[in-house]
Design a protein around this ligand. Structure first.
Ligand SMILES: [Ca+2]
Length: 225
């Protein structure tokens, strides 16, 4: 009889303890749960802080075109590009990594058919400029962005080197506060942007050539897929 009574009381005690613990944990959950989610996260989403990092990278190992011309919708490692007066570079006179790179001739360009959201940076090797009687010629090249794929605005301009340096452009620094393009559109880190790299070289009596390889584009996605 005494034993049963003890068991009964112990059962009540366990039940009361369980209720006490569950009431504590539910109070705890209520207190901590809703508080950080009101305002803070909504505001963070509204200003576009939530994103996933993306990177496109190519060494142009799959581009084997050897004839100068204008070629649209070239699939370069999963992204589409238009190439004009740009062929594969495999000569001993060319500079490249791996088995091949790109060779630009005179007025020439590559431009993206795909847009890149939240464009953070663009980097690539560019140089070994040459050609022209007594190596006399111009060497200008530009990196441009666009919100429509047809109207281009220069964000970086330089003369190509006779060596083969890495060119690196922090696009986020340029556009994050709002950047007005040549067509009047204001773009920022929530814009979809197209990319163009053009060479404006001209050689005296001869073609002016320059090489490019290892293009990397860092951008963003709002969905993790
Ligand atoms: Ca390469």
């Amino acid at each position: 009889m005494t034993g049963r009574k003890f068991k009964f009381h112990a059962g009540i005690l366990v039940l009361l303890l369980a209720l006490f613990v569950s009431s504590i944990s539910s109070t705890y959950g209520y207190w901590l749960g809703p508080a950080p989610f009101t305002g803070a996260v909504t505001n963070s989403l509204a200003i576009g802080d939530w994103f996933f990092a993306r990177q496109y990278s190519t060494g142009f190992e799959g581009y084997t075109n050897t004839t100068y011309g204008t070629y649209t919708n070239q699939n370069i490692d999963g992204k589409l590009w238009d190439f004009s007066q740009v062929i594969t570079a495999t000569d001993s006179a060319d500079s490249y990594f791996g088995t091949r790179g790109l060779r630009f001739r005179n007025t020439s360009y590559i431009q993206s058919k795909d847009s890149y959201y939240g464009l953070e940076s663009i980097s690539f090797y560019f140089g070994d400029v040459r050609g022209g009687f007594f190596n006399i010629g111009t060497s200008g090249f530009n990196v441009q962005i666009s919100n429509d794929g047809s109207s281009w605005t220069t964000i970086y301009s330089a003369n190509a080197s006779t060596s083969f340096p890495l060119i690196s452009i922090n696009v986020e620094n340029i556009i994050s506060g709002g950047y007005t393009l040549g067509n009047g559109a204001v773009v920022d880190m929530e814009s979809d942007l197209y990319i163009r790299i053009n060479f404006t070289g001209a050689g005296l009596f001869q073609d002016r050539l320059v090489n490019m390889d290892n293009l990397t584009i860092d951008y963003r996605s709002v969905v993790n897929s």
